[in-house]
Design a protein around this ligand. Structure first.
Ligand SMILES: Cc1cc2nc3c(=O)[nH]c(=O)nc-3n(C[C@H](O)[C@H](O)[C@H](O)COP(=O)(O)O)c2cc1C
Length: 441
């Protein structure tokens, strides 16, 4: 069988376009209504997606007056989606900076049990400066310290997930023995940031441990992903940088002694699909016309750790000097580089830059026919830029429905995407082995 694509649906607001929430083709339900998310997950499952994904920030954005987001807390949402679906994997974001490892290990192990092995954790260190103000107020932890803490966090949660052997529970009613105590071990972790005795207070989860997803693309972020991630989300506005990222991350994973094929690279793709290219462009323009440049300006400032862009005129060509040096940014460093590369390459005006970022915040944006979108997916997939895609429909559910009805059959016809689910767990959909138990051997 040909190498198979992996598709994840990134569920965000009423679509990834910044103005999607205003668009008449998007869902009528409130963004706090769980039926909206359950319905999207069911549509993605009917189309045989590997997984769905929810991002998360730990602070209210400053642009709430004119921007709508996915408000519900993702771990809670996954529990509700788990009982409304059967096969699709599901990924929730949670922070290593603002969570205790014991809580997180327990929540995700619970979700893995609730979903019968379909859960993944998107590991973030939380780049948003405003989040720090909601957790103790001692200021933002630096980029380097966030990753150092994240590294120790991973050691702890992995040990907790490993603290029960697979066969620890026997549930022998007649014999009066529930569990083999000798098959459950404390972890006795004492490190720089965490002191955790363990063991976890629930049995080993169906996937051994949840699938691990990561999305940092800075040098430190890449090394972290190479050590821990089963799948990696990444944002690129051109194929060449995606190829460079893929090659680099696979080499780093190999250097960590891992099989590079077991680290899936999933760049974002936000496609506006029409029956003709002209129609797709018209649809894209219609939603672009609903954007508000001042919302984009605030978001740009957030990306650059609160840098003030208020003095920049909207209609003069931008230069790299208009931006702070990415190395000095304590926020989402890799995305600032994506933005600066775009400025170096195209010298857009601020209005044009904000227009592009409104599409999908620095991910690849395309408009075209189903054939053109399938060609693009196949080209990146076969040319070393991706193992699959993080599908980010600009309008939900309208553009997801078009993707499912028109693009997926082309990919299936080309032998690039499954015609039915073969596995039951997310690990199986992603083609990943079970992690070795610490009790093995
Ligand atoms: C598709 C995608 C989704 C992300 N989701 C989140 C998120 O939900 N919460 C968050 O704090 N960061 C999120 N990030 C940001 C990364 O996890 C990472 O924190 C950011 O890129 C900064 O790390 P870096 O400086 O190593 O790149 C996401 C990134 C990508 C590409």
């Amino acid at each position: 069988m040909k190498r198979q694509l992996h598709l994840n649906l990134f569920i965000h607001s009423r679509g990834h376009h910044e103005a999607s929430w205003r668009h008449p083709d998007t869902a009528p339900l409130a963004l706090t209504d769980i039926r909206y998310y359950q319905d999207l997950a069911q549509r993605a499952e009917a189309a045989l997606f590997d997984s769905i994904f929810f991002a998360d920030q730990l602070a209210l954005g400053g642009d709430v007056a004119q921007a709508a987001r996915t408000w519900l807390e993702p771990v809670t949402v996954l529990a509700a989606i788990a009982v409304a679906t059967n096969r699709i994997g599901m990924i929730a974001t949670a922070s290593t900076t603002y969570t205790e490892p014991f809580n997180l290990a327990r929540q995700f192990a619970s979700l893995d049990h609730i979903s019968n092995g379909r859960v993944a954790w998107n590991i973030v260190t939380s780049w948003l400066a405003a989040a720090a103000r909601n957790f103790g107020g001692s200021g933002q932890v630096s980029h380097a310290d966030r990753y150092a803490r994240g590294e120790e966090f991973m050691t702890v949660v992995k040990a907790l997930w490993d603290s029960w052997a697979e066969d620890a529970v026997i549930d022998d009613r007649a014999g009066g023995q529930y569990a083999r105590a000798e098959r459950i071990r404390p972890i006795n972790h004492r490190g720089d940031f965490y002191q955790v005795a363990g063991p976890l207070n629930l049995p080993r989860c169906p996937q051994g441990r949840p699938v691990l997803v990561q999305a940092g693309s800075s040098d430190t972020g890449r090394r972290f992903a190479a050590r821990h991630a089963d799948a990696v989300f990444t944002a690129h506005v051109e194929k060449a940088t995606a190829q460079e990222f893929c090659a680099d991350l696979k080499a780093l994973a190999a250097a960590e002694g891992r099989n590079p094929k077991e680290v899936l690279i999933l760049p974002g793709l936000s496609a506006m699909i029409g029956s003709t290219e002209a129609e797709a462009l018209r649809l894209a323009r219609a939603v672009d016309d609903l954007t508000e440049p001042e919302v984009g300006r605030k978001r740009l400032s957030n990306r650059f750790g609160g840098h003030d862009f208020s003095h920049l005129p909207l209609d003069r060509a931008l230069a790299p000097e208009d931006f702070p040096n990415p190395d000095s940014v304590e926020a989402a460093r890799s995305r600032t580089e994506v933005i600066l590369n775009l400025v170096r390459r195209n010298q857009p005006t601020l209005r044009q830059l904000l227009g592009y970022l409104a599409g999908a915040r620095g991910h690849y944006v395309a408009a075209g026919t189903p054939e053109q979108i399938a060609d693009l997916i196949e080209d990146w997939f076969t040319d070393g830029a991706a193992d699959g895609f993080n599908i980010m429909p600009p309008l939900l559910p309208a553009q997801l429905d078009v993707f499912n009805a028109e693009v997926i059959p082309i990919l299936q016809h080309r032998g690039l995407f499954r015609a039915e689910y073969a596995g039951r767990t997310l690990r199986e959909h992603y083609g990943l082995p079970m992690p070795k138990s610490a009790f093995a051997g």
